[in-house]
Design a protein around this ligand. Sequence first.
Ligand SMILES: NC(=O)c1ccc[n+]([C@@H]2O[C@H](COP(=O)([O-])OP(=O)(O)OC[C@H]3O[C@@H](n4cnc5c(N)ncnc54)[C@H](OP(=O)(O)O)[C@@H]3O)[C@@H](O)[C@H]2O)c1
Length: 394
Amino acid sequence: MLKTVPRVLSSRNDLIAIAIARYITSDNKVGARDSQQANRFNSTSSPIRKKSTQTTRMVKAKKYVLVKHFVNDPKPTDLKLVEEELPPLKNEEYLVEAEYLSVDPYMRPYVQRYPLGSTMIGGQVAKIVESKNPNYPVGKRIVGYLGWRTHTIINPKIIDETDMMQQRPYILPDIGDLSPSLGLGVLGMPGNSAYFGLMEICKPKSGETIVISAAAGAVGSHVGQIAKNLGLTVIGICGSDEKCKWLKELGFDATINYKTAPVAETLRKVAPQGVDCYFDNVGGEISSTVIYQMNPFGRIAVCGGISTYNEDALSLPKCTVLQPAIIINQLRMEGLVIWHWLNRWNEGIEQNLQWIREGKLRYRETVTKGFENMFDAFIGILHGENFGKAIVQV
Ligand SMILES: NC(=O)c1ccc[n+]([C@@H]2O[C@H](COP(=O)([O-])OP(=O)(O)OC[C@H]3O[C@@H](n4cnc5c(N)ncnc54)[C@H](OP(=O)(O)O)[C@@H]3O)[C@@H](O)[C@H]2O)c1
């Protein structure tokens, strides 16, 4: 049965509040294929106890289960919202309640590798509401890859080596009166991707020129501001005039709306000096175009390829070959996986927090209200609805 749910989208520090109709179905079934694998992912060897077979009611959790792998644009019917009863806590365990959930582009390609029946993947900031572990006291908040679920029991001693999300739940550091949701954005994974990707891969120098794609997203808007503070000329590519305007407010020197302007021609105009660093969030033809305007010894951080996430992996679209530009200009191109800097995680958070406190780093969140609107928030980032970090407030 289809039903319509109102969705409120608000942009923190800003004005937008729109209502969008949404459709969900309640009659999906978990596919039989892969059920064995799904059991493995739900097994008790996971640090996250996802399933209860006990009948005594303690807490009811809601979660989204993958019932069909995405084909092109994800559809609401690919996921099913289900309820489960959680068992009483055992020693060492603690129970958390989600306050903010993250929707991120990586979910689109990553979840394809999980079996049907798995809980939809994702990070959240959650409050500890019950605990049998003195290291995780009631009232503290954690940041963890618990999936799209409202309540979760965690045993920190059990580690699931099969999980692609390599970070264990951690206590949200003290960020004073800032919103805990920042632990999913500027003071979390996207913020650290911006910081380490720019500093360690692009190795920016004052006076150089950097181009950033998906520049009005969580990572891009952050990269541009650090680069500006370091004395670079900063050019952002994004998908609307309103986003271009916001990037200018953040201090970007020039912007290109890739939906309305020819990227190659416009980039030649705004960067006649050529490009030294490229922070690539989108891949595809936009990236080929930028790379052909790079200077000798330019550096490219390949952070994401969102322009192809909705494509069939077996028939990816073709784009201009890069080898001539890379060879002739002796460019250095390096992939970024944020887990590489897990051992420096707090350094990134502390540095970004300091820049926020000093007024050198601004952030924006696009907040969708209601756990029942997770899917819309997720599809929204693939369609470019968000300014800055997209999150869902439960
Ligand atoms: N490797 C890592 O460890 C790591 C870590 C974090 C993020 N990432 C990657 O970094 C990228 C940015 O992440 P984020 O969190 O900043 O994303 P985000 O805030 O969710 O923003 C994504 C933006 O991408 C743009 N976009 C969507 N489809 C596009 C297309 N076909 N062509 C060009 N732009 C498109 C949209 O803005 P427009 O309106 O401008 O189109 C959208 O708002 C993603 O590719 C993500 O997977 C990688």
